[in-house]
Design a protein around this ligand. Sequence first.
Ligand code: FAD
Ligand code: NAP
Length: 437
Amino acid sequence: MKPSLLPSNSSAVTTISEATVIRTDILTSKEALKKTLRLRLKIGEEFEYQPGDSVSVYCQNEEKEVEMLLKRLNVLDKADIICQIELMKDTKKAKAPIPLHIPTITTLRTLFTYNIDIREPPKKAVIRQLVEGTTNPQEKRRLQELCSKQGMGDYTSFIRNPEISILDLLLAFPSCNPDVDRLIESLPKLQPRPYSACSSPLKTPQHLDIAFNVINIPEGDGRSFARQGVCTGMLDRVTNQNQIREETTEDGTNTEIFQLQISARPNQYFRLPSDVSIPLILIGPGTGVAPFVGFLQHREMQKNSAEFADQAFGEIFLFFGCRNRSQDFLFKEELMRLQKVDILSKLYVSFSREAISQEDPKYVQDNIKSNAEQVLQLIYNQKAVIYVCGDAKNMAKDVNQTFMKILQEKKEMTESEAKSFITKMRLERRYLEDVWT
Ligand code: FAD
Ligand code: NAP
């Protein structure tokens, strides 16, 4: 597996490695609302990572969707002809370079499959190009509205929020026939998607695990067909025949099935402290638990190694949340095993769709609240580090609010004192977040 140096974004050169998917586990039951997959990737020796880091997965657009778009753009007959991409001689931007993500020798199908993001809601500048290529006066007027200053509200409601793609828009405006070459220039680069490693290089140096929900986006609100997330959909499709549901701890491997391109995405601010005696408070509902599985496996290896033989290890509390204990309790067996071998000191799980009475913890923050004394004891007396991973929009905000509340209630702080306390913890790197919207 040779690494290759390829430009990944305009300012940095990223080392891209090949990884083979050697095993795919479905971590959820058939009844679960979302399907969660864990992929085991065979990595080469050159691929270095630490628990807390993510790995970027390079993805491709779905074949069928690309075909539909090429057809709608009236270029299907030319889609597989090798072409050379050049700057137009009469362009106003005479010195403009060809964007780095556009290969100069390619085919239209390759370009629209691997290089261009065809899902991102078209920016207003793209809609302006569509206006130019539209013949029907009513359609032209509507597109003009959508990219005008006055149409800002409509743009947000009808394009941005429902995440309308360029193909959705072209299907809704049949008289629009934009210049393909200008579209290629304007549409954004297809970006790789990051996933937290949920394994430890100490435990399994030859492979790395990632876990994710397969995103299903329904038809409607302007979306002309149901679709999956670009990357999670691709990973679901290519592993479909080899997905295993039974929970098993054995290290069985599938036949080598699919090669992925990946690159390391280190996060030096979301690592285990080098001092193993520092207690950890880990908060990760849903797939937010992924990096913590890596943390715990790493600690297990450290605890069993001669290097740390005389060291005292700090306690580790994990707050995990899912909907239902029999449907989406991700990594259940592994977490229970880690608790049994005394790596994980406390495992608090909240089941959001099982909570019946008001007293039942619904979310991770409810369990933090009901165990506030122990949590604060770790924070105050033992300088514990808090790690939060997962959804930024609601969960991470609510968890922060909960810490504010328990500091006010249990430590008699004012709101502003509680806020300063958390800010200080953040500055000391004792309140760490790896969150995503
Ligand atoms: P995309 O094609 O990018 O589509 C996602 C879009 O679909 C979102 O904008 C969302 O708003 C929209 N969408 C989703 N559901 C619906 C719906 N029902 N209706 C309408 N729109 C909808 N994710 C993980 O699962 N596990 C991880 O370990 C993980 N680690 C991450 C680490 C980092 C540092 C970061 C930044 C992100 C991480 N993510 C993780 C998120 C991950 O990178 C992807 O963003 C995610 O998997 C979606 O990718 P996709 O290409 O499948 O979806
Ligand atoms: P999920 O399955 O949607 O939800 C997991 C649990 O969280 C459910 O029980 C849900 O309950 C509950 N929940 C909903 N709102 C909450 C709130 N305000 N506070 C606390 N819990 C709440 O979660 P997910 O999709 O796996 O993961 C969340 C996000 O994190 C995803 O977008 C994923 O891409 C991202 N992620 C990021 C990283 C990273 O940045 N490193 C790593 C992993 C995952 P109900 O549905 O019953 O309300």
